[in-house]
Design a protein around this ligand. Structure first.
Ligand SMILES: Nc1ncnc2c1ncn2[C@@H]1O[C@H](COP(=O)(O)OP(=O)(O)OP(=O)(O)O)[C@@H](O)[C@H]1O
Ligand SMILES: [Mg+2]
Length: 200
């Protein structure tokens, strides 16, 4: 049987956009094949609640339940600030580890520090990629941040996920961003499609 492709989202800072990407990516992946979503944050299970409210055609599982049989894809949303050991385990167990960061100094510095920490601790960095998110849709701040991180040896996704209130409304309404009535929902969805093509 085909192996499950596991996409993990993690970061050293909270509120960077992990759950937004986790739900969006699982919504896109479900169009390709059987998809599961695991929310490791048991206290504030944002992506679990969101996926259930949105009635996404994905199997929502707990950490205890593990990877469900037959899943072609699994998106793993980690808890806020997992410890180093947990992150190192992710770099070995997941197919791809995505670290979201906004293109601002505070988050970029934290992301760079996390990258070096994982690298020095022996993480499998081939599988780790930074994804720039919450990027101002106008101008090239996100692209510049991406290119700057690359010059520092960090692997960064080509796709830059833009900042749109449609993402916040998607959470509030319990739907995928594609289904929000907003002039920018199509752009927001296009970013998720592009990211999926890139990482899968
Ligand atoms: N691309 C985006 N455009 C606009 N708002 C966004 C975007 N991505 C995330 N947000 C908003 O940022 C906030 C934090 O996002 P989210 O909950 O996805 O982050 P998180 O990393 O999962 O947070 P936590 O560490 O608390 O689990 C939310 O209000 C969300 O709607
Ligand atoms: Mg979250």
């Amino acid at each position: 049987m085909e192996k499950t492709m596991i996409l993990a989202l993690t970061s050293s800072k909270g509120g960077v956009g992990k759950s937004t990407l986790a739900v969006g990516l699982s919504g896109v992946l479900a169009m390709r094949g059987p998809t599961a979503l695991m929310d490791a944050d048991v206290e504030i299970a944002t992506s679990r609640d969101w996926a259930l409210r949105a009635k996404l055609p994905v199997q929502v599982v707990t950490e205890e339940e593990g990877v469900p049989k037959g899943a072609r894809y699994m998106v793993l949303d980690t808890e806020g600030r997992p410890d180093l050991e947990a992150m190192l385990a992710l770099t070995r167990g997941a197919s791809t580890v995505l670290i979201p960061t906004a293109p601002n100094g505070v988050e970029l510095r934290a992301t760079l520090a996390l990258w070096h920490k994982l690298n020095e601790a022996g993480g499998d960095m081939q599988r780790v990629r930074v994804i720039i998110t919450k990027s101002p849709p106008v101008g090239s701040v996100g692209q510049q941040a991406r290119d700057d991180l690359r010059t520092r040896g960090v692997q960064v996704c080509e796709t830059v996920v833009r900042l749109y209130t449609a993402h916040q409304r998607a959470y509030e309404q319990g739907v995928l961003v594609r289904d929000v009535h907003d002039t920018r929902s199509e752009n927001a969805w296009a970013d998720l499609l592009s990211l999926t093509v890139e990482v899968c």
